[in-house]
Write a protein that binds this ligand. Structure first.
Ligand code: DGL
Length: 267
């Protein structure tokens, strides 16, 4: 039996479209309802309590849209609100931390992993805890990179200023000997080319978007929630405030197509 209810995906804003892109590529038959909280982005500098409250509100909206699963396409929300969402909502809830950590552990050879993300994500220690819980011997170097999100939102994906910031943030970790780097923010996959170009030696990049999409596939299979052919998945995008230019940056960079954007009022 095919389950055509949408996968509900949410993020603090537009960045979670990197996860949508990975979901569209991997699960083309699935309908997706994407909700971006553009009225209140960024979440990265906010307190865990505020992010948790926002997350519950957004998940509530997606429940009312009849979502069959919730995908938390935001590292900041995943790092501080996943247990709460899992407790409050009955459908499967999939975040980006666990899948990213799992992929990083598979990729590393010297057991030294770097993690970059927003201030809230790094302060929460969520990646570090998840990595250490799976492997006690792993070494983790973390760094908040608060200036990368605004640079990406300005569309400076291939730009000297962005390159310089990347190096400023990453140099201490590279000097420390990481061999794997977790891109722990939904915006960062848009910098994959720039980061790869800037890294002089071989460092494996772990993209939370692709690994999250694989975890969603696994969950849908386990719980018999897959939409099957001939269902052709559609992408519906709703935002809590008018979109700015970053929507065009993301749409072009990710080559995503979606119809008119719905304005979703907050409760
Ligand atoms: N979506 C956020 C994340 O993945 C980045 C943007 C924000 O600070 O809200 O952490």
């Amino acid at each position: 039996m095919s389950d055509s209810r949408p996968i509900g995906v949410f993020d603090s804003g537009i960045g979670g479209l990197t996860v949508v892109k990975a979901l569209r590529d991997l699960l083309p038959n699935e309908n997706i309802f994407y909700l971006g909280d553009t009225a209140r982005v960024p979440y990265g500098p906010k307190s865990p309590e505020t992010v948790q409250r926002y997350a519950v509100e957004l998940a509530g909206i997606l429940t009312r849209k009849n979502a069959k699963a919730l995908v938390v396409a935001c590292n900041t929300v995943s790092s501080v609100a996943l247990p709460l969402l899992t407790k409050k909502f009955s459908m499967p809830v999939i975040g980006v931390i666990e899948p990213g950590a799992r992929a990083a552990l598979q990729a590393t050879r010297n057991r030294h992993i770097g993690v970059i993300g927003t201030r809230a994500t790094i302060r929460s220690g969520a990646y570090e805890k998840t990595l250490r819980a799976a492997d006690n011997n792993v070494r983790v170097s973390s760094r908040a990179c608060p200036l990368l999100v605004p640079l990406i939102e300005e569309g400076l994906l291939n730009d000297d200023v962005t390159d310089r910031m990347i190096m400023r943030y990453l140099e201490p970790m590279l000097a420390d000997g990481i061999d794997t780097l977790v891109l722990g923010c939904t915006h960062y996959p848009l910098l994959t080319d720039a980061i790869s170009r800037m890294l002089k030696r071989q460092v494996m990049l772990v993209d939370s978007a692709q690994n999250c999409a694989r975890a969603v596939e696994e969950t849908l299979d386990q719980q018999s929630l897959r939409a099957t052919p001939p269902s052709r998945g559609e992408l519906h995008v709703a935002l809590t405030d008018a979109a700015d230019n970053f929507l065009n940056v993301a749409r072009d960079a990710l080559q995503l197509s979606f119809g008119e954007i719905e304005l979703q009022p907050l409760p």
